[in-house]
Write a protein that binds this ligand. Structure first.
Ligand code: FAD
Length: 515
């Protein structure tokens, strides 16, 4: 075990913070008057889990000098190579933090279309993004790159440490590891995946539906020629959407096939299970052999009732699970982290407006609700029953209408999200694309995770907020409004040209100005 002694006290917003909603969760909030002897408060935030969500959150917090420790149960990074798709909004986030160039060489660019229920329609022309493609990349690679980025920024990651318990009080959270060690921080964030210990201990409900179908997934060699496999797969895929054998290196295939029933997820399937199911569905087992790894996934769909109880928050799969159709889970988790990072940092640095941290749940819970719904819909569309097949044919026709296709793609890629910031032009609450500005690209100005005022009038100022918000005067910026105020996550917090109105909005999102 190693720990970093940091003696400088950061400015703190940690006045006694009584979350009015805490009271209905028994035993969660204790008063320090109970006389507990706490471990020293060395960290501002402890993150449980170093998956993509935890690593992204750690990096975002470090941009604001927050003392962060990530505890990861596994001693080694994951080894099995599942290819995941990074969708447009996640690629934009990577560009906003200067990570895209580092990530791109490890993945394969694919067209952005064809992901809704795997209906093979190309993306509509002119998607509103400078990064309008999908990047297929092995999940362990993206996890490694995000963890490396977090460590470079100064996050501590301790592997082989499992969070087993915690207790929160008015000033912080005492986190207990499975070996009994106790650590203390101001906040704890559960990024510990679908079976989140943090969520369970918090007593937060996780309503939804259990798995109804299981799918086997693995990598193995095949014993028949590729052309033969391709011909059979093309035929079978006409009726089975959860079925493929995709070449993946020297005679190695990524194999996906529906399981016979729902089983215990902790029990990995055997090669024999794959052979039986391939024979049942394709009439041949393709002579599969020499598996690299075998796994299964279900279609359980659940959403945490709350994302925050006092000083403990949830993000990523710990807060929501759904079938992988459309490839949205990792993207959703990384985007949760991007939304939460600057808000939690603001709380710790002492400038967060009263309700800023609660906007995390207010903004992200509805987004997850929508993703859960679209995956439910997509799963229905993969059914081989005549009714869902008919709906699938109808939707396939409807997707020839540009508006329909665009709506579905903007949903899956998360570029259609509009947070509710109140009345205003359509751009308010949406993310701004990576437009050209006089210094190059807009996203190049967001690497430090600060707010940005982009001023085409050249007469506004960020005044006393200049320690949190950057300023760019650029009459040539490709925008059809006079000025925009961007939050650190790139969402448009204000549009206008009036200084007093701007000051009100700076206060709303960035707290009191420095004196
Ligand atoms: C077959 C399949 C295909 C998929 N394809 C895609 C795709 O194309 N695109 C996409 O966006 N998503 C995809 N997903 C979903 C994606 O893999 C998950 O949504 C993503 O891994 C969630 O990231 P996370 O960091 O929230 O959780 P996880 O990746 O589950 O990470 C949680 C981490 O917490 C650790 N942990 C657990 N308990 C503790 C504890 N008590 N203490 C400390 N550490 C703990 C775990 O070891 C783990 O490292 C797919 C999923 C499946 C099953």
């Amino acid at each position: 075990m190693h720990s970093q002694q940091v003696t400088a006290e950061p400015p703190s917003n940690d006045r006694v913070e009584r979350d009015s909603t805490v009271g209905d969760v028994p035993g969660v909030l204790r008063s320090p008057a109970s006389g507990a002897d706490h471990a020293p408060l060395v960290f501002d935030v402890i993150i449980a889990g170093c998956g993509p969500t935890g690593a992204m959150l750690a990096a975002e917090l470090r941009l604001h000098d927050v003392r962060v420790l990530v505890l990861e149960k596994e001693t080694e990074p994951k080894s099995f190579v599942r290819i995941v798709g990074l969708h447009i909004r996640s690629l934009e986030l990577m560009a906003m933090r200067g990570l895209l160039d580092r990530i791109l060489p490890h993945g394969r660019r694919r067209p952005a279309g064809g992901f809704f229920a795997a209906i093979p329609k190309p993306a509509p022309k002119g998607l509103d993004s400078a990064h309008a493609y999908l990047l297929g990349i092995p999940q362990p690679v993206i996890e490694h790159l995000l963890e490396e980025h977090a460590i470079e920024l100064g996050a501590q990651v301790r592997r082989g440490c499992s969070v087993a318990g915690f207790e929160q009080d008015d000033e912080g959270v005492t986190v207990e590891l499975s070996d009994g060690e106790q650590l203390r921080s101001r906040y704890l964030v559960g990024c510990d995946g679908a079976r989140s210990t943090v969520r369970k201990l918090l007593g937060v409900g996780f309503p939804g539906e259990p798995s109804r179908t299981d799918t086997l997934m693995g990598e193995m060699k095949a014993g028949v020629p590729q052309e033969e496999i391709a011909a059979t797969v093309t035929e079978v895929s006409k009726t089975h959407q959860r079925f493929w054998l995709r070449p993946f290196g020297e005679r190695v295939y990524s194999v996906v096939v529906p399981a016979a029933g729902v089983s215990d997820r902790a029990e990995p399937p055997t090669l024999n299970d794959f052979k039986q199911r391939l024979r049942a569905i394709a009439g041949t087992d393709f002579g599969v052999h020499s598996p690299r790894w075998l796994s299964r996934f279900g279609d359980a769909t659940r959403l945490a009732e709350r994302y925050r109880v006092g000083r403990v928050l949830l993000a990523g799969d710990a807060a929501h699970i759904h079938p992988p159709i459309g490839g949205q889970g990792l993207n959703l988790g990384v985007q949760d982290a991007f939304n939460l990072g600057w808000k939690l940092a603001a709380q710790i640095r002492g400038w967060a407006p009263e309700t800023l941290l609660d906007t995390y749940q207010a903004e992200r819970h509805p987004v997850a609700e929508d993703v859960l719904d679209n995956t439910r819909a997509q799963m229905e569309l993969t059914s081989t029953e005549p009714g869902p097949q008919a709906v699938r044919r109808l939707l396939t026709e409807l997707m020839d209408f540009d508006e329909v296709n665009r709506h579905l793609i903007e949903k899956i890629t998360a570029i259609g999200i509009r947070y509710d910031f109140g009345e205003g032009p359509d751009l308010l609450g949406r993310r701004l694309r990576d437009i050209d500005v006089k210094q190059g690209h807009l996203y190049g100005l967001l690497h430090r995770g600060r707010g940005l005022l982009l001023d085409r009038t050249e007469r506004l100022t960020v005044g006393g907020w200049s320690d949190r918000v950057d300023y760019l005067a650029d009459p040539t910026a490709v925008l059809d409004v006079p000025c925009v105020l961007l939050r650190p996550d790139g969402h448009v917090a204000w549009i206008g040209d009036d200084q007093r109105d701007l000051d009100d909005h700076l206060s709303r999102w960035f707290g009191k100005p420095a004196t």
